[in-house]
Design a protein around this ligand. Structure first.
Ligand SMILES: [Zn+2]
Length: 273
């Protein structure tokens, strides 16, 4: 049974996505219980649902309490850096993280990092909140799930300041020089549906070079659905398409890929054991 190392199962993520789609679904089609049921039928039975904002915490806690195989992270996404810095002092943020991190189902801090794609004007706030959360991760003994977009050099430079940190680089984009540098670290590398896109040959080439014991599977659901569902609302049940593609690229069986990536999942998210 496969493990989805990065998804957004909370209803607000799905609601936002549903609103931007014209497709019609039965009312409870994207209820968490239904999403999880379809995933289990597709051999995906462990999930890390990701936080991006402190206002997520309550909803995500409910999810993890309801489903034994759903784990969660807490984190402030780069887009929300300024907002959180204006609203809370560093000490208040530390207290909030401390409380959530002590919860048995909180397996990591994330997704955190840098994103220069949408906004470039708040880079200093992004870096500040990123460093702050990396410090919390070290202090509270949790790994981190990293979001980096058009900012991998700065992201890895900041990670270097925290030599004890354990991390997964989520939604790996696959640039050759980025891959080269990642191979010199011991971070896990999360690969999602974009690997199935026909034109994404750079990522496919890079994944061939990454050892199996460094790979994690993910969906980033409801975003980035793999082929043949591209453009649709993603869900963990679709992860098998990503797994099939990676198994071909690595020249291993699906069983072997499952075994190794599940082991990687528990190595990184040790509280999920
Ligand atoms: Zn995500």
């Amino acid at each position: 049974m496969f493990a989805d190392s990065h998804c957004h199962l909370d209803y607000s993520s799905y609601r936002a996505f549903l609103e931007s789609h014209n497709e019609k679904y039965p009312e409870d089609y994207y209820a968490s219980a239904k999403i999880i049921e379809r995933a289990e039928q597709a051999n995906v039975d462990k999930f890390v649902t990701i936080g991006t904002h402190l206002s997520d915490v309550e909803q995500i806690t409910k999810l993890t309490e309801k489903f034994p195989n759903v784990f969660r992270t807490i984190g402030i996404y780069p887009d929300y850096a300024k907002e959180h810095l204006q609203k809370f002092s560093q000490n208040e943020l530390r207290e909030k993280f401390k409380k959530v991190c002590s919860h048995p189902k909180t397996v990591a801090i994330g997704e955190i990092g840098l994103d220069y794609h949408i906004t470039t004007e708040e880079i200093s706030e992004q870096k500040q909140i990123f460093r702050l959360q990396l410090g919390f991760a070290e202090e509270f003994g949790l790994p981190v799930s990293i979001h980096t977009r058009e900012a991998w050099q700065d992201t890895l430079d900041i990670l270097d300041e925290f030599p004890k940190i354990r991390a997964v680089i989520h939604c790996f984009s696959g640039e050759a020089d980025f891959t080269e540098r990642l191979l010199q670290t011991n971070y896990y590398i999360g690969v999602g549906g974009t690997i199935t896109f026909k034109k994404n040959t750079e990522l496919q080439k890079s994944v061939k070079r990454i050892p199996l014991n460094r790979l994690l599977l993910e969906t980033d659901a409801p975003f980035l659905a793999p082929v043949p569902y591209r453009g649709k609302i993603n869900e963990p049940a679709f992860m098998i398409e990503t797994a099939k593609k990676i198994a071909i690229l690595k020249g291993v069986s699906l069983d072997e890929l499952d075994f190794q990536t599940t082991q990687n999942f528990f190595n990184l998210f040790s509280k999920a054991m």
